[in-house]
Write a protein that binds this ligand. Structure first.
Ligand code: C5P
Length: 416
């Protein structure tokens, strides 16, 4: 079951990706890109320029991709297997990583003196370029002129990053890490069911301090909320993520703000509503109570408190629902152990949520802190069961349903 869902939700699954490699020291990272793409279910073919072979061998890339590596425009055997026109038509996307200053110049001028540059002239598939070069080469007006021209042609640039370069100098010119390149590619190729929508996601637990060392929190890891933010960004939305303490990495394309307590989360959310918001996804496991008194100093071990007085925290979803800048749609979550559907329906109407997603946390294998999740989506009389799957798959499935339920008239589902 997990495998089937994986295949249907991963934007790169089944995609045919042509990876071009040019002659830069960063080419040593290109095999990693192949590995990431294959792991996500993409089909990969590799084309290398002559100088790329100085940095990484075709045998390595052939072994990893499981396909012959193309190098030469005039190799009769390679052309017989799949000629360059068919290869250019076969691909769903071309990514050149690394792309050098020389290759950028060739592509921008429309030169076609080797297989890779010829493919770039023939293809109508989206082209992604991940530059790698010395900072002075990158900032040179000649290179920047080529970049502008390639952008006009529709090429999309992934990076470069700034930092210490292979030559020892510092500045912009470092190729993005393979994981970032694949993450950006996934963002670009995913179905855009929430294109242009402004989405606010809350995630993670909150931490309610007792003193500088101790506090009250819960088992939420932030995984599901971060996955939802990722799925929204993949669907083309502008995503703001407000998270309690979490070790999860920020998904590509998501703007993250870290907070600690429920009160801080509420303030951050209300501030964030200054941007007119289409959708709030309230996934955070907000602490319902906080210690009434917070000591500025660590309480000594000997001072055992007989009781800890608690105060009710504000309800973030309710406050947002009552706010004059209420998002058009509010989706809340409910972690329940008993009568979970009825309690969740009551919770949705109490808090002003349009849709509620219920986790039955009496099952120890799914939900909080776990890698997988099982949910029921409730909206009006609609009840959609989503069986146990990885949290990223759950996020993509939920986002697909939410787009259809709430934004169907505004988005194009033709690629679903
Ligand atoms: O009441 P309960 O905590 O079960 O409600 C869960 C939903 O309400 C989640 O969407 C959660 O993000 C939100 N919530 C909130 N503020 C709180 C408690 C929960 O917004 N103080």
């Amino acid at each position: 079951m997990i495998e089937t869902l994986f295949n249907t939700t991963e934007p790169l699954a089944g995609k045919r990706i042509l990876l071009g490699i040019c002659g830069s020291i960063a080419a040593y990272k290109s095999p990693e890109i192949v590995r990431h793409l294959l792991r996500l279910g993409a089909e990969v073919r590799v084309v290398m320029t002559q100088s790329a072979r100085q940095f990484v061998t075709p045998i390595t890339l052939q072994a990893l991709s499981g396909q012959p590596v193309r190098q030469d425009l005039f190799a009769a055997e390679e052309e017989a297997a799949m000629d360059h026109i068919r290869l250019a038509r076969w691909t769903d996307a071309i990514i050149v990583a690394p792309v050098t200053a020389n290759s950028l110049a060739c592509f921008s001028l429309g030169l076609a003196d080797d297989l890779l540059s010829t493919l770039l002239l023939v293809t109508r598939a989206p082209v992604f370029l991940a530059p790698a070069m010395n900072a002075s080469m990158w900032s040179h007006p000649a290179t920047q002129g080529h970049v502008r021209r390639l952008l006009e042609f529709g090429a999309q640039f992934l990076g470069p990053d700034a930092g210490v370069l292979a030559c020892g100098e510092e500045g912009a010119g470092r190729m993005l890490e393979p994981e970032q390149i694949v993450g950006q590619l996934r963002l670009a190729l995913a179905s855009k069911t929430l294109s242009g929508k402004q989405i606010l996601v809350t995630a993670g637990p909150t931490w309610e301090s007792l003193d500088p060392a101790r506090g009250l929190t819960n088992r939420a890891s932030g995984k599901q909320g971060f996955a939802l933010a990722q799925a929204c960004a993949e669907a083309g939305a502008q995503v703001r993520l407000i998270s309690g303490p979490s070790h999860e990495a920020t998904p590509p394309g998501v703007v993250r703000e870290d907070v600690t307590s429920a009160q801080e989360m509420l303030e951050a959310c209300l501030h964030s509503l200054e941007i007119p918001t289409d959708l709030l996804i309230a996934n955070a496991a907000v602490a319902d109570h906080r210690p009434t008194l917070q000591s500025p100093h660590k309480t000594p071990k000997s001072a055992v408190p007989e009781q800890i007085a608690l105060t009710q925290n504000p309800d973030i979803v309710t406050s947002i629902h009552l706010h004059p800048q209420r998002p058009r749609v509010i989706v809340a979550f409910a972690a329940e152990t008993r009568d979970h559907l009825d309690s969740a329906r009551a919770k949705a109407s109490r808090k002003g949520a349009d849709t509620i997603i219920v986790n039955d946390i009496s099952r120890s294998t799914t939900g909080m802190g776990s890698e997988i999740n099982a949910c029921t989506l409730l909206h009006d009389k609609m009840q959609i069961e989503i069986p146990a799957c990885r949290k990223i798959d759950m996020a993509r499935i939920l986002i697909r349903h939410i787009s259809k339920i709430h934004f169907a008239s505004e988005v194009n589902h033709s690629r679903d």
